[in-house]
Ligand binder design. Structure first.
Ligand SMILES: *Cc1c(COP(=O)(O)O)cnc(C)c1O
Length: 384
């Protein structure tokens, strides 16, 4: 059996090696390292793929989130609601901009932000909601957009984990993750579903004015060379990363399909296991769940109900099966973000999830033998 890895980027590279190597060689020959033709070509191709008017590339997914908030003109003291159960980047940029983070609980089955909890958290100071499409599946965007409209709030989608996922609205309309809210951010970190070979990120929006504002912000607040109209940042996607992404983009749907097919095999194997809860696909598209791209499985995350999660992590590692706990600490309990405003009673789900979740190896190169080995190890250990 091939060695099992949490993320295996090597097999993917084999499939695009010639194109990537040739384009990197061309960039080295032409010295078009910054803002070269590959950046523009990738940007246009990603716009077409997503069906969104504007893609603005930038240096990483954390910058992308920050720039979204700067572009919307959020001011110190404005409250921004986001999920308690996610990667810290989201709350980090809210805090960095002196906005007030308001963390709320998530749903126990999809792990995504709980819309009722958002509604309870809205105050006259609330300006924006940041749903994170956690582990590869969209938050409940129909309800979030309705709530935002009712209270006149911006919606910033953190789409670092769900690029390529399709969201089907109640009315049957299909949109790509990251094209539904007012603006969205994504990350091209190597292990993401569309990853480059270094750092990268992008912002998406259908709003022409906001796109214009943001294009200036990523470039030191310049709209005309050496005239700085707003405070900006320096956040660029470089040509080498764009060349890698341009080679991978046509394969993204295929990559995501390999992920959801592996996820379906995991889920089938875990069927009927009393203490193991498999990920819920919240699918409104009418296609059989697990045979569509409603969920693109950035992570395949189980809940272990009988208190053996930590022992399982140890057991898997001892058997050379890597795994991850995303995330072990609720954001409202992290030293940097703890705040007396928060009430433990408001976070029953996150407080429980951090004890139960475990993410299994998930990437485009998993084979049946590996999946059978992993699932048997998990099942035998959890049911003892
Ligand atoms: C990866 C990630 C980010 C940050 O992306 P970087 O490119 O690493 O800065 C932000 N939010 C979520 C949910 C992520 O998973």
């Amino acid at each position: 059996m091939k060695k099992i890895q949490m993320v295996d980027l090597n097999g993917q590279y084999e499939g695009i090696k010639k194109e990537v190597n040739d384009s990197i060689a061309e960039i080295l020959e032409t010295s078009a390292f910054i803002n070269g033709p590959y950046v523009h070509a990738f940007q246009k191709e990603l716009q077409d793929y997503l069906g969104v008017k504007h893609v603005i590339p930038c240096a990483n997914g954390t910058d992308a989130l920050q720039i979204c908030m700067m572009g919307l003109g959020l001011q110190p003291g404005d409250e921004v609601i986001t999920a308690d159960f996610t990667f810290a980047a989201t709350v980090e940029v809210i805090a960095l901009l002196n906005l007030t983070p308001v963390l709320v609980d998530v749903e126990p089955d999809t792990f995504n932000i709980d819309v009722a909890a958002i509604e309870r958290a809205i105050t006259p100071k609330t300006k924006a909601i940041v749903p994170v499409h956690l582990f590869g599946q969209c938050a409940n965007m129909d309800a979030i957009m309705e709530l935002a409209k009712k209270h006149d709030l911006f919606v910033i989608e953190d789409n670092a984990q769900a690029i390529g996922a399709t969201y089907t609205s109640k009315n049957g309309e299909k949109q790509k993750a990251g094209t539904i809210g007012h603006v969205a951010s994504t990350s091209f970190f190597p292990s993401k579903n569309l990853g480059c070979y270094g750092d990268g990120g992008a912002i998406f929006t259908n709003d022409d004015d906001l796109a214009h504002t943001i294009r200036g912000i990523v470039n030191h607040g310049m709209y005309e060379r050496y005239y700085h109209d707003v405070v900006g940042v320096n956040s660029r996607l470089d040509s080498i990363q764009a060349a890698v992404l341009k080679a991978k983009l046509p394969k993204l749907d295929g990559y995501n399909k390999q992920r959801w097919q592996s996820a379906a095999k995991y889920t089938k194997a875990f069927q009927g296991q009393e203490h193991i809860v498999t990920p819920k696909i919240s699918c409104a598209c009418g296609i059989q769940p697990s045979t569509c791209d409603c969920h693109v499985f950035h992570q395949y995350t189980l809940k272990i109900l009988n208190g053996k999660r930590d022992a399982l992590v140890k057991h898997l590692n001892e058997n050379n099966v890597p795994c991850g706990v995303y995330y072990p600490v609720p954001l409202h309990k992290q030293k940097a973000y703890a705040d007396s405003r928060y009430n433990e009673a408001d976070f029953p789900v996150t407080n429980q999830l951090v004890k139960e979740v475990i993410s299994l190896p998930m990437h485009t190169e998993l084979d049946d033998e590996q999946i059978a080995f992993i699932t048997k190890l998990v099942i035998d250990f959890v049911k003892q």
